[in-house]
Design a protein around this ligand. Structure first.
Ligand code: GRF
Length: 216
């Protein structure tokens, strides 16, 4: 049983996909706490619907980013989590936060990193004229959207795509690769060697995801 703390800022659709994976018995674990930096994040409501404890921590109550993150670290440590899942969390973490949970923080980003890091990755792909983009689940490192890659999914960019249509197409893959990566983590199948992640006994070399999805 893996114990997860999730950080969100908004809609919470990835959080929901993970909660469904747990509810359906595919992921052997639980989310003990969902924290948001936005009071009205829809994801907080979703968490409550699944019976998960939630907390809104207002950045305005803190003098600086470090104080905010220290508060978060204290709260999260009390949950004794195996994994911290960033699911649309729109604040850059301080080094203090990242150092507090070595190799225990994962994120999903809507591009094939290292392409299109940062905000509005889907729009960046369209503006660039890329023909493929996708999504990436990765460990969180101190440089934004740059940590070791666990799984990526390739998604085509179509001529008439808008930011919305492309984002929707990518999101469908996000909802598969994020629960899958968390399932592998919960099964202790993920080996991290420097920047390289190997999922033990996974199938590599196929499209659209590498490694191949097993359960989602
Ligand atoms: C997703 O596109 C994710 O890749 C990015 O933020 C968005 C969060 O969406 N990091 P949701 O809140 O999970 O619906």
């Amino acid at each position: 049983m893996i114990n997860i703390v999730a950080l969100i800022s908004g809609r919470g659709s990835n959080l929901k996909a993970i909660l469904e994976g747990i509810k359906g018995g595919k992921i052997k674990g639980k989310i003990s706490l969902v924290i948001s930096n936005k009071r009205d994040a829809r994801g907080l409501q979703i968490a409550r619907e699944y019976g998960v404890k939630t907390l809104f921590v207002n950045p305005k109550d803190f003098e600086c980013r470090l104080d905010y993150d220290k508060f978060l670290v204290d709260i999260i440590k009390r949950e004794n989590p195996d994994l911290i899942v960033l699911a649309g969390y729109m604040r850059i973490l301080t080094d203090y936060f990242i150092d507090s949970f070595p190799n225990k923080i994962v994120n999903i980003h809507p591009s094939l990193i290292p392409a299109f890091k940062g905000l509005k990755a889907q729009k960046q792909a369209i503006d660039f004229g890329a023909k493929y983009t996708g999504c990436t689940v990765h460990f969180v490192s101190k440089e934004v959207d740059s940590g070791a890659v666990i799984i990526q999914a390739v998604v085509p960019v179509l001529p008439d795509d808008t930011e919305e249509t492309l984002s929707d197409r990518i999101l469908q893959m996000e909802h598969k690769i994020y629960p899958q990566a968390i399932k592998w983590l919960s099964e202790n199948r993920i080996k991290l060697e420097g920047r390289k992640v190997i999922v033990k006994n996974a199938i590599y070399g196929e499209l659209p995801t590498n490694p191949k999805l097993e359960d989602f």
